[in-house]
Design a protein around this ligand. Sequence first.
Ligand code: G6Q
Length: 546
Amino acid sequence: MATTLPLTQRPAWQALEAHYRKTKGLHLRTLFAEDPRRGERLTCEAVGLYLDYSKNRITDETLRLLVNLANECGLAERIAAMFRGDKINVTENRAVLHVALRAPRDAHIYVDGADVIPEVHAVLDKMAAFATRLRAGEWLGYTGRRIRSVVNVGIGGSDLGPVMAYEALKSYSARDLTFRFVSNVDGTDFAEATRDLDPAETLFIVSSKTFTTQETMTNARTARAWCLRALGDEQAIARHFVAVSTNAVEVAKFGIDTANMVGFWDWVGGRYSMDSAIGLSTMIAIGPDNFRALLDGFHAMDEHFRTAPFERNLPALLGLLTIWYNCFFGAQTVAVLPYDQYLKRFPAYLQQLTMESNGKSTTLDGAVVTYQTSPVYWGEPGTNGQHSFYQLIHQGTKLIPCDFIGFAQALNPLGQHHDLLMSNVFAQAEALAFGKTAEQVRAEGTPEWLVPHRTFEGNRPSNVLLGERLTPAMLGKLVALYEHSVFTQGAIWNIDPFDQWGVELGKMLARRIVPELASTDQPDLKHDNSTNTLIRRYRTLRNTGR
Ligand code: G6Q
């Protein structure tokens, strides 16, 4: 039963603090020595994902206390509230229903008394009809040529998901189509993405929930001009531009026929939108059936999260372990290390999902938090990272919990490559946990002066996530796993993971400076002394280049 006590005064939190003081010195070597079946016991398998969390600095008691904390913080009720469509994004007074985007056709989820599922499926059907025509070469450009290149124009939540999903599922994609993603307002992004494309064969998907975001609208206007320069007729826009947005008025103002628009809703947050119409580029790439499989994967993890007891609940376990290191051990970061080249953009995607969601310091009641919230998430695909930053994870002064992600079957089986790849997952997790003692190093004949350098303390925690194969469904499960881990953490920290006021401030400040940069006379600048000086210096330097 949830109480209104501040988090750090809850009995479960205080019990965890006492437990931490008692167990923080325990070494994974000892924990494994004392329990020969630990590696089989501290695992959890659901919806085709196997989590080995045995190499964490926990005991059975830690887990029990973390689950108590989840219970005391009312996690079960928060989950129910999200799935019910309650307005749990309190600062924006919105429901949070990315779970509705992947619910089956016969489900019912209500927002303000209206069932949203029929609309969700109507949009999916419209996307599927469009994607099918385009993939079949039936959606023609203005000059009658087939569309061969698709450019998604969007930023943040309207870019990171589509890019990540395209890269992750490239092996399922239509190889006769080219996909590009333009997000940065730096003109280089647009220039490089389009330099080898033919406007007569290019379709732009302008993806923006609000259709007012400076970067996206600037890139969309540039795309429009690029298209018109080559095709010479306003009529061409209807064949080369589609929009994904919640804002039909702005879409029409921009000049895109709203018949060529697919919509979504204010209850879909940007960083939770890759499975909404924002996924149109993904659907074109992999086809409607694979997109449906992706949604089914999401849904399977949603149902697991909604129904499984926390001790057997993958996202809850992942979220609680993150809290354990972040709030008790003082670990500042989490490394996500996918051993799959197709997941190369997954860490970047997770950075937004995790940090934009839980990078907050105000509780739902408006108080300043007295504990750490979101860790910094970062990572790179293995094995590349091993030859760069892993040194610090192994022997540096910081504690960095790691999530290793790997698959049993290769999508590109080539000789021994896959076994070599996966041997590194297991070896790294093993080395981090158990290290190498000075005695072991000496026994190898290492000279005494070198022994301290070659000794590995070990006791560095990690999770290993193992799946059969990276499929569209598997990607959906993985993303939903982290979405709900973030939810778990946010519920315990009692913050709103679904707003992003920090992003809004940056958007507003940039709007104020733009005219000051454009002005040719010295405007009366009213910023702080540093900002005023930088603006003046920029103007001078820019003008010398003219
Ligand atoms: C995501 C954020 C943010 C947003 C972008 C793009 O959760 O709100 O990253 O997705 O600022 O916004 P638009 O889709 O409105 O252009």
